[in-house]
Structure formats: C-alpha cells, structure tokens
Design a protein around this ligand. Structure first.
Ligand code: 2RA
Length: 331
C-alpha cells in the first residue's frame, strides 16, 4: 500500500532528484512531507502535479505519520535527525556519509547486496556516488574470478560537490568553494575531493576503499584510490585496474558484464565507442567500456566505468533501496 514519505534536504540537487525519480518510477506515495533549512521554509515544490510546501526541519518535524524518510542534507543533519526518526519507528535511507561505516547500518546497492536490507535497524545508508557505480561491475567479476586488488582512479563531476561547484564552472576560473577547495575548477583538475586526512588520503578516497569492501563483504580485497574533481557538470568516470586471484578469458568478462543487471557495456574502439559523461546524463545504468587485459600482471584487467552521479550515484540508488524495502516488507 502507499507510504507517507518525507524528504530531508528537499530543495537540494539530490532531494529534487528524489522527487523526479519517485514520479518516474511511480513510487507509492500517500502523503509527502518536505523538509529543508529555514531559508527554504515556505518554498513550494510540485510533485505529481500537486503543490507541497517545504517546512523547516526541527526536532518536532517527525511528529506526524511518516513511514519512510529519505535524507540528503549532509552528514551533520543525518547524524542529528536520523536517530530521532529511528526512535519514532520511521525507516531512514540516508544519502550522506554519516552512517555508511556503522556496523548497525547496511550499505546497499540493490544490484550488488540486496540481502543486506534484511538486517537493517531503522537506518540504511546509500553509498558514495563513485563507489556505487564501481561496485556494480565489480560484484559479478568478484564472484567469477575473485578480486585480489583494485586501483581506482576517478574523474568526478562538479555536481558531486553540489550547486556551488556548478556555479563556479559556469563562471569560469572562479573558486569551486573557497572554504574547501583552494583552487579553481574551470580548465583544471583537482586531486582533492572532500577533506584530506592525516595519512595523505582524502575522505573521498577512503570512502571508495572502505565502502567497496563493506558492500562486497570482503575485507581481504586490497584497494587503493585517487579521486579527482574534473570540469564536467554531470557524470563521474572511474578507471578501475583489477587483479584477480584466478585466470579468465576476456570474452567471459564481456559476457558477465553484458548480462549483469544495471550495466550497459558500451565498448567498440573500432567505432570510437566508449562511455563518456555525455552518454549517461539523466540515465540510471552504469556504463562500462575500455575493457582490456592488464598485461603487467598475471590476471588483471582495466575497465572504465561511467554513470550519472546525481542519479544512479545518489537519488536513483536511494529510491531503489526504498523499493527493495517495500518488496521485502522491511518498512
Ligand atoms: C562528490 N562523491 O563527488 C562526492 C559527494 N557526492 O563530491
């Protein structure tokens, strides 16, 4: 039956995509509640031809019949308000990084580890965008050939950093976000996404490493990553160098990826066909190409993975988790 759904961060890029994708997928919404910061209070947003007013998020916001809350309002808001919702028996799907590595919280990509939904305790975390698109092709290859090590190099669109990044790309060599990024993004590449930590890695790089192991449920996979912001509006690209325990035929790799849910293999170098951000905007599939053996090791391949970071990388995956919760009667 239909659900009472709330969106926290309703006016942000991902929040608006939640609504767009719920409309597209005819998600069963009975009542809809929109929450955002005080500056958005009173704003009107249309959903399924009805107008809804945005309310300021407060501790009492959830004192109404809500079944499901979708969060995309940053880690601090999730840390503070997800437990309030959980206490009221509301199921939360959180797009921020706040809860992803919490042992009580499943981190889910429906094509990869749907079974983890079974043990949620009220909060389910949506993985980081570049992680989501990477684990989709990694999962069937791990099952077939057992992954030993992965080297991720990412090329991430500015929409991943929110509206500020987009505006700065609009305005040329302005600063992406002086608070966090000390350099302009236009005509530039920044090997700096999220904050640096004391081991020289950024939080984004650590997300890719740790989230991938949690989602694939295998702490033995050795992973490293370099995540880079590039002057592109939509569409994250990931180069994955993968070393397997077992040997493989390249044709097998193509077959496995071609037949896996949620993947489009777009790979014909004779025709200059390979995935690019301009191919994936507005789409929910993960595009894979440039599939080729890594001749520098015994059992290695390189693959190139592209997806719309605001959809499959964020909002669509969240809605797919919500659909899974309904199908498994876990809301
Ligand atoms: C980024 N993955 O691209 C991070 C958060 N969306 O900025």
């Amino acid at each position: 039956e239909k659900l009472n759904v709330g969106i926290v961060g309703a006016t942000g890029m991902v929040g608006r995509n939640f609504l767009r994708i719920m409309e597209e997928r005819n998600f069963p919404v009975k009542n809809l509640y929109l929450f955002a910061s005080s500056k958005s209070n009173g704003k009107k947003i249309v959903f399924k031809k009805e107008e809804y007013k945005v309310e300021e998020l407060t501790e009492n916001s959830f004192d109404k019949p809500i079944d499901l809350l979708l969060f995309s309002a940053g880690g601090n808001i999730s840390k503070k308000f997800a437990p309030i919702a959980k206490k009221k028996g509301i199921t939360v799907v959180d797009n921020s990084s706040a809860w992803r590595m919490d042992r009580e919280v499943p981190l889910v990509v429906p094509e990869v580890n749907p079974q983890d939904i079974e043990w949620h305790n009220g909060i389910i975390a949506n993985p980081n965008c570049s992680t989501i698109q990477s684990v989709v092709p990694l999962k069937p290859l791990h099952e077939a050939f057992k992954i030993k090590r992965v080297i991720f190099s990412t090329y991430q669109a500015v929409s991943g950093s929110g509206v500020a990044g987009m505006e700065d790309l609009d305005n040329g060599l302005k600063y992406l976000d002086p608070k966090n990024y000390p350099h302009p993004i236009a005509f530039n590449c920044l090997p700096h996404i999220d904050e640096f930590t004391d081991n020289g890695y950024t939080k984004e790089e650590i997300k890719m490493i740790e989230e991938t192991k949690k989602i694939l449920n295998d702490q033995n996979i050795r992973i490293t990553s370099t995540t880079v912001r590039v002057p592109v509006y939509f569409g994250h690209c990931v180069s994955a160098n993968i070393e397997f325990e077992n040997n493989f035929e390249l044709e097998n790799v193509y077959d496995i990826l071609r037949n896996y849910k949620g993947i489009v293999v777009f790979d014909d170098i004779q025709k200059n066909n390979y995935p690019m951000p301009i191919n994936v905007k507005g789409k929910d599939e993960v595009y894979v190409g440039r599939i080729r053996r890594d001749f520098s090791v015994k059992n290695g391949i390189n693959i190139w993975i592209v997806a719309d970071n605001t959809r499959k990388g964020a909002a669509t995956n969240t809605i797919q988790i919500a659909e899974l919760l309904i199908n498994k009667n876990k809301i």
